[in-house]
Design a protein around this ligand. Structure first.
Ligand code: SF4
Ligand code: SF4
Length: 386
């Protein structure tokens, strides 16, 4: 079994590592919006200490401090004392969840997952409505394409799933999907601090994976990717399947020289690193390698990119509880992209695509957003057999 710390008590020693330098404050997207010290990682540590000592009850200020965070990990990236800020945030949320002291918006999200296995609360029978039916096969399959709730619930994001399915088919990968039996990976439960329910959700998924006999999971959602790869082993120990983001599968083919692109894309784009694939999974070069291989694509970097990339505002469930803050962060990120003079933002994450596209539509901005799998598909790849 892995190690899954679930209480602030287990992080007391970490609190004393903080040098109060304030570097975490400078990079924090929610601190920039709200402007309260208690929203920065540094402030969160002080409140957490006071809470643990019993000096501070679970007030609204404490709840806001724990949940007004996109979990983007930028603070941890710059922290000179190597404080485990993400785990402290997760533990703080778990402690508050146990006391049922969570922001209002999360109750509906949790209820949705408990009743439909979907954060939006959609009936499971509609899960694959807009997606090519690959379906749960009777025969066992080595490879499972796990679609994820965003691409299966939001109509315009179905493109991410459908293009991924097209790419898997053209790579001649023998895969299946769970169809309407697919359930949420549990990431929103983690964001809410609902650790026991997250573990139950993970068990539910594990049973489904075992039913298919899966040896490899491929997903197009970096949040599902991180959860399966890094969090499930904390519960179950070593897993008997591998987990890959579709971009890893594509990059491998490109490196081997086993793909030829038939069409010039002719597009100037910028790439938005999702916090999950970037800072949390450390995959910065891999998507850029793919972009550089596409004929006619010019990549212009934003001033904040790779390990310094700014969150889209949609991480950590921020959009659920504090939509105005999330939206304002998204607008800033779109502004970063507009400054590059490109025609499109390309990203690896359906949630980033969702929240950034809202900001674009609302302000009627002249920039498109698309997923990297769509961009790859538009270059009409032809894969050679392995
Ligand atoms: S994870 Fe991101 S949003 Fe949360 S405190 Fe750190 S920098 Fe701020
Ligand atoms: S960057 Fe690290 S050491 Fe500096 S104040 Fe923030 S948590 Fe403390």
């Amino acid at each position: 079994m892995g190690e899954f710390k679930i209480s602030l008590k287990e992080f007391e020693i970490q609190f004393y590592k903080c040098q109060r330098c304030g570097k975490c404050r400078v990079v924090c997207p929610t601190y920039e919006e709200v402007g309260w010290e208690s929203i920065s990682a540094r402030g969160r540590i002080l409140l957490a200490q006071a809470f643990l000592k019993g000096d501070l009850p679970p007030t609204k200020r404490l709840i806001d401090s724990m949940y007004l965070c996109t979990t983007c990990k930028f603070c941890e990236e710059v922290c000179p004392a190597d404080v485990k800020l993400i785990e402290i945030g997760e533990a703080g949320r778990a402690d508050l969840y146990r006391l049922k002291k969570i922001p209002e918006g999360y109750f509906k999200l949790l209820q949705n997952i408990f009743t439909t296995d979907n954060p939006f609360g959609f009936d499971p029978s509609t899960r694959t409505e807009f997606i090519q039916k690959v379906g749960l096969q009777e025969k066992k399959a080595d490879v499972l394409f796990y679609v994820g709730c965003m691409a299966s619930s939001v109509r315009r994001l179905a493109r991410v799933a459908n293009k991924t399915i097209d790419l898997l088919k053209s790579m001649n990968i023998n895969f299946t999907t769970l169809g309407n039996q697919e359930v949420c990976c549990g990431e929103p439960l983690l964001c809410a601090g609902a650790k026991p329910e997250f573990e139950k959700q993970a068990e539910k998924n594990l049973k489904l994976f075992q039913k298919v006999g899966v040896k490899e999971i491929i997903t197009a959602c970096p949040a599902c990717f991180e959860v399966f790869k890094n969090y499930y082993p904390k519960i179950f120990g070593k897993m008997d399947f591998n987990v890959h983001h579709i971009l890893e599968v594509l990059a491998e083919r490109i490196r081997k020289g086993s793909v030829e692109f038939k069409k010039e894309v002719n597009m100037k784009i910028t790439y938005h690193d999702s916090c999950h694939l970037g800072r949390r999974m450390q995959l910065y070069e891999l998507p850029r390698e793919i972009i550089r291989s596409l004929p006619g694509v010019e990549l212009v970097e934003m001033k904040l990119s790779k390990e310094n990339s700014m969150c889209c505002g949609g991480g950590g469930g921020l959009n659920v509880a504090f939509p105005e803050v999330a939206h304002s962060i998204a607008k800033k990120r779109v502004k970063d992209a507009l400054e590059t003079g490109v025609e499109a933002i390309v990203t690896d994450c359906p949630t980033c695509e969702f929240i950034l596209s809202h900001a674009i539509v609302e302000d009627k901005l002249k920039i498109r957003i698309l997923s990297l799998v769509e961009l790859v598909s538009s270059a009409e790849p032809v894969f050679q057999a392995d």
